[in-house]
Design a protein around this ligand. Structure first.
Ligand code: FAD
Length: 466
């Protein structure tokens, strides 16, 4: 396994990664992106085990509902790069399980690669979302054939790929880009049915970073995003050679969607778990600020917080159901329940804006305008800020100002905006979760229940569950 220091050294590998128009010489030393490297390095040190052959606890494959719950809880405490590495490993194993019968060689190749990746303690990011061009047209019908990542050349020892994957979390901080189709492919779209592992420093890979990291010097005003932030990468594959042993899908259009669906499951489980704690946090902020404003007993405030509590509880209940009803594969791996994961993630994403609306409504305008911590430090203004930001003897202005900074940073500033869009889009948009929920819901059983309850049993189909 690698220590944090070894991880830092491993990133100085000639990778072509850019920020605001400039090639970054050394990502570990970059004033903004280097902070994400620090978080990831701390993750390495946390899980470091010098025993030969050891695998990081965060990478352990769960084999029961209890182990799956432990992993979900553990991942609530890790940095994003560590988490996406785990979700990538689980995606690959899920896909291997699903292609096992039809493509046993590829399934074996995936499992061999995963074992090695665990041994090498590398970090993996998920390259699935293509540039996509005109959304109403299939990959092969685009004006630019590179709108979806594709194979442009076949060689005896591998393939050459071209295209771009957008919004890739932590792409510049990992070692491997898990590159898989964004959706199912049809016959004739073989060049787009490509699944492979690409090293970040492979010739032809270029990554452009964007980040919500605050530009302010005083991080006290940004308790969430001030020190922990993760950039997204706009990942370009400018004719990149990928050797055969790193290729897991090569033209088998009928299995292209397997990879996307496998990733969707693990991404949404992570999203759901994040929402379960995030929604509790939003309820907590709403209650704290209502108490600070002296309004916690007012009926419309209590109603709003009750609605927030119900949403938070439903999201947590679906997470619990997704874990408790997990599926154990032929290899003994525990995978979360698809229906509860997707329905829960959908419910949370669809109601996130309501949660934030109630919080902002309850909190008041100081969410945006509370003076900075430096204004409290200032001898001329500090005592006045505390006086007027305070609301009663028991609520000091400093305490209430800090609450407002936390609420702004979490819900109303650069990170807050990132958070709002991410709730909906990450792991696929709302529509994707609706499709998967529908596919896994037992609609025939529901129809039969309806007929039985209407005393119309004679219309039950014999093949349907009775
Ligand atoms: C912060 C953040 C982090 C992310 N991290 C990752 C990551 O690590 N890896 C990764 O691969 N992706 C990542 N994503 C990408 C995310 O999965 C996508 O944003 C999401 O799948 C939507 O794709 P899109 O952005 O291209 O939007 P679009 O596909 O353009 O979707 C916009 C809207 O159009 C609808 N739409 C699109 N096509 C059609 C169609 N043919 N018919 C009908 N309706 C359609 C969609 O349902 C949606 O409502 C991340 C996104 C964000 C915001």
């Amino acid at each position: 396994m690698m220590t944090g220091e070894q991880y830092r050294a491993s990133l100085r590998d000639g990778r072509a990664t850019y920020f605001e128009g400039r090639l970054i010489d050394d990502v570990t030393a970059h004033p903004m992106l280097g902070q994400t490297v620090d978080s990831a390095a701390a993750g390495y040190d946390r899980f470091y085990d010098p025993t030969p052959g050891a695998v990081g606890a965060f990478m352990m494959v769960p084999r029961s509902a209890e182990e799956l719950r432990e992993q979900v809880e553990l991942h609530e405490t890790v940095d994003l790069l560590t988490h996406v590495t785990y979700a990538s490993i689980m995606t690959l194993l899920t896909a291997a399980d699903r292609i096992q019968d039809a493509m046993p060689e590829h399934a074996a190749r995936i499992r061999t690669w995963v074992k090695q990746a665990q041994q090498d303690d590398v970090r993996i990011t998920q390259c699935i979302t293509d540039a996509k061009g005109d959304r109403s047209r299939r990959p092969g019908q685009q004006d630019d054939p590179d709108a979806y990542v594709r194979i442009v050349e076949r060689r005896d020892d591998g393939v050459v790929i071209r295209g771009a994957k957008l919004h890739i979390s932590a792409a510049s901080m990992g070692h491997e880009l898990m590159t898989i189709p964004t959706k199912g492919m049809k016959p004739g779209e073989e060049q787009y049915a490509i699944g492979c592992m690409v090293p970040v420093n492979a010739p032809g890979v270029k990554i452009i970073n964007t980040t919500y990291a605050p530009r302010h010097e005083d991080k006290r005003d940004f308790p969430f995003s001030g020190t922990h932030h993760t950039p997204e990468g706009f990942v370009i594959f400018d004719d990149v050679f990928v050797p055969s042993e790193r290729v897991f899908l090569d033209g088998q259009t009928e299995f292209a969607a397997v990879f996307a669906h496998s990733l969707g499951l693990w991404e949404r489980l992570g999203g759901l778990a994040g929402m379960a704690s995030g929604f509790d946090r939003l309820v907590g902020f709403a209650q704290l600020i209502a108490e600070s404003n002296g309004l916690e007993k007012v009926s419309h405030i209590k109603e709003k917080i009750s609605e927030m509590i119900i949403n938070a509880t439903l999201v947590r209940a679906s997470l619990e159901a997704a874990i408790a009803h997990c599926h154990i594969t032929s290899e003994g791996e525990a995978f979360p329940n698809e229906l509860y994961t997707n329905a829960g993630k959908y419910h949370g994403a669809a109601n996130y804006s309501l949660m934030v609306r109630h919080l902002h409504d309850i909190a008041g305008g100081s969410v945006l305008t509370a003076p900075s911590m430096a204004d409290i430090d200032n001898v001329e203004t500090g005592h006045l800020v505390r006086k007027y930001m305070g609301t009663m003897q028991s609520v000091d202005g400093l305490y209430r100002t800090r609450l407002f900074h936390a609420i702004r940073d979490y819900t109303a500033d650069a990170f807050g905006g990132w958070h709002a869009v991410t709730q909906i889009q990450a792991g696929g948009g709302l529509y994707a979760q609706r499709i998967v929920s529908r596919a896994h819901y037992d609609i025939e059983k529901a129809k039969a229940e309806a007929l039985k309850s209407a005393r119309m049993e004679e219309f039950l189909q014999p093949s349907l569950p009775s």
